[in-house]
Design a protein around this ligand. Structure first.
Ligand SMILES: [Zn+2]
Length: 261
């Protein structure tokens, strides 16, 4: 049993065959899928899916690369959406110095504003950080953020230690399985299993055996197998622990009953 804590079934590549994608996920032992918003329209779509599909939950947020030209009324809409049923986090939000189509100043302001929203509503944060380690940490420290996850972790051990010291979780995607990513596996080995979440970030970042294809929640198992190997635990133990971690952070309601294996 596994939870895909960061998925984008709310994005257009899944429009045509979402039912099939979800049923394949169930077959591999996925018991919940958290679809993450990246702007107002994908946040809305994540909520629609959560209303229709038992397995699906939603988050709402504006990705740092989509923060240009936002007005007060847009943040108000986001706040309204954040209060819908089955919305379990604010995200993905953060800083992205890699794609620099939005100024750093605007990204920071939007990140801080969405952090305040998360605090007001008592929701955890799903944090996107690309090439902005020190600035991301500085903001999280200043705002005393304790509840959240550093999504798609690809940093080094020092960054991992800083993230853990804030009390945040660390989440791994299919990039943990990439042949050349030995350094990330070395970092994963050092992180306590009790602080790790699993995610696909689908349709992006398919695991090694599926590279070049559209990623989907059912492919989470490849990352889980890799992590079980790294940590020297059974796949079952890995599933149970990471599911408990996800449940502790996101407080998923109506989680399907545990299946006997
Ligand atoms: Zn994402």
């Amino acid at each position: 049993m596994f939870i895909d804590t960061h998925s984008h079934l709310n994005f257009s590549p899944f429009e045509a065959d979402i039912k099939e994608v979800i049923s394949r996920a169930k077959e591999t032992g996925i018991i919940a899928i958290i679809n993450v918003g990246a702007d107002l329209s994908t946040s809305k779509r994540a909520i629609e899916l959560a209303q229709k599909e038992d397995l699906c939950y939603a988050t709402v947020g504006i990705h740092p690369t989509s923060t240009n030209n936002l007005q007060d009324k847009d943040y108000q809409k986001l706040e309204d959406l954040a209060q819908k049923k089955k919305v379990v986090a604010i995200g993905e939000v953060g800083l992205d110095w890699f794609h620099n189509q939005v100024s750093r100043k605007i990204q920071k302001e939007s990140f801080e504003r969405q952090i305040l929203l998360a605090e007001r509503l008592g929701l955890p944060l799903i944090i996107h950080n690309r090439d902005a380690n020190s600035e991301t940490l500085a903001i999280l420290k200043e705002k005393k953020i304790r509840k959240g996850v550093m999504h798609c972790f690809s940093g080094d051990i020092n960054f991992a230690i800083s993230v853990l010291s804030l009390g945040l979780y660390i989440s791994f995607t299919g990039n943990l399985t990439y042949k050349k990513n030995e350094s990330l596996r070395t970092v994963a080995k050092e992180i306590p299993l009790g602080k790790i979440l699993l995610e696909t970030d689908c349709p992006y970042l398919p695991p090694q055996p599926k590279r070049g294809k559209r990623n989907e929640p059912g492919f989470l198992l490849y990352t889980a197998e890799e992590l079980a190997k790294i940590k020297g635990v059974s796949l079952q133990e890995l599933g149970e622990t990471t599911t408990k971690n996800a449940q502790d952070l996101f407080k998923l309601q109506r989680l399907p009953r545990r299946q006997k294996t």
